[in-house]
Design a protein around this ligand. Structure first.
Ligand SMILES: [Fe+2]
Length: 258
C-alpha cells in the first residue's frame, strides 16, 4: 500500500494555479475572529474549521481521540463571516482538514530562513488514502513577498521563491518541503491555508485552474542569501547552546505553520 498522490505535486512538490480574481469578493478575513498562535513568526490564526468546531487551531492529532488532518468541522460563527472563503476552500471537492486564515506580521529574509519548517499533516493518516497537502490562497496583496520552499533546509540551491500577490494560489506538499513566508510588509499578510486530501478531485481542480510547476525564481543576491544563512546558523547554534546550558535538547516545535 502507499498513499494516493497527485502526479504534478509529486514531481516538484508544489503546484502554482492561475491567479484567482478576488477584486469582487468582500475582504471577509477582516471580520473573522483570530486567536493568538505564535508559529513561524508573529502570527494569529482565524480557524474556519477545527477538530470539533470550536475556535481553536491545534492539530487534530492533539485532540481526543487523536486523528489526522481530515474532516475538519466548520465553525458556524466563522462561516457566517466568511462564506466566500469557505466556498473557495471547498471548491476542489477534496476532503478538508484544517482550514484557517493566518495573519503574519512583516519579517526579514533571515527570519524566514530561521522559520523554515516541515508540517506534520500526515500524522495518523492511514496508508492507502490520500496524502494531505496544503493550499495557500493569498488574500492580501503582497507581490514583493515570497513563499519560500526548500527541499533541503540548509541548501539555498534548493530554494524556490513564489511571489504572493492577491489571488495567488499555490498547493504545496508541506510535509516534504521546508517552508516559511518572507513578508516584506509594511502591512501584515493574510492567507487562507487549507489541508486537502490528494485524489482525483484535487487533480481535477488543479487541471481546471491551470496548475503548473513551471516556475522561475525572482532574483536574490547570492551574498544576501549567504549572509542570512550564516546568521541563521549562528542563531540556531545559540539556541542549542542555551538549551544545553539548561540541560535540554533542541527539537523542532510541532504544529508550526505559516
Ligand atoms: Fe507550515
Amino acid at each position: 500500500m502507499s498513499y494516493i498522490k497527485s502526479a504534478l505535486l509529486e514531481d516538484k512538490g508544489y503546484v502554482i494555479l492561475n491567479r484567482y480574481e478576488q477584486a469582487g469578493d468582500p475582504p471577509e478575513w477582516k471580520n473573522l475572529e483570530y486567536v493568538e498562535w505564535k508559529s513561524s513568526g508573529d502570527t494569529r490564526f482565524a480557524p474556519l474549521t477545527s477538530a470539533q468546531g470550536a475556535i481553536e487551531v491545534d492539530g487534530f492529532w492533539n485532540h481526543t481521540p487523536p486523528r489526522t488532518d481530515k474532516d475538519g468541522v466548520w465553525i458556524e460563527s466563522q462561516l457566517a463571516q466568511a462564506p466566500t472563503l469557505a466556498r473557495r476552500a471547498q471548491e476542489p471537492g477534496a476532503n478538508v482538514g484544517r482550514c484557517r486564515v493566518i495573519e503574519l506580521q512583516p519579517n526579514s529574509y533571515e527570519d524566514t530562513l530561521y522559520n523554515l519548517h516541515q508540517d506534520d499533516n500526515n500524522r495518523l493518516n492511514p496508508d492507502g488514502t490520500g496524502w494531505i497537502v496544503r493550499g495557500f490562497f493569498n488574500l492580501s496583496d503582497d507581490p514583493d513577498s515570497y513563499l519560500v520552499l526548500r527541499e533541503d533546509r540548509f541548501d539555498a540551491d534548493t530554494e524556490v521563491r513564489i511571489p504572493l500577490p492577491a489571488g495567488a494560489r499555490i498547493i504545496v506538499d508541506t510535509q516534504r518541503f521546508w517552508h516559511a513566508i518572507w513578508q516584506k510588509g509594511p502591512e501584515p499578510r493574510y492567507c487562507l491555508i487549507t489541508s486537502w486530501e490528494s485524489g482525483p478531485e484535487l487533480d481535477a481542480y488543479i487541471a481546471a485552474n491551470g496548475g503548473s510547476n513551471e516556475h522561475e525564481n525572482p532574483p536574490l543576491e547570492p551574498q544576501f542569501i549567504y549572509d542570512a544563512q550564516a546568521a541563521v546558523h549562528r542563531r540556531l547554534a545559540e539556541r542549542s547552546a542555551n538549551l544545553a546550558a539548561q540541560g535540554r535538547k533542541y527539537t523542532d516545535p510541532e504544529n508550526t505553520e505559516d
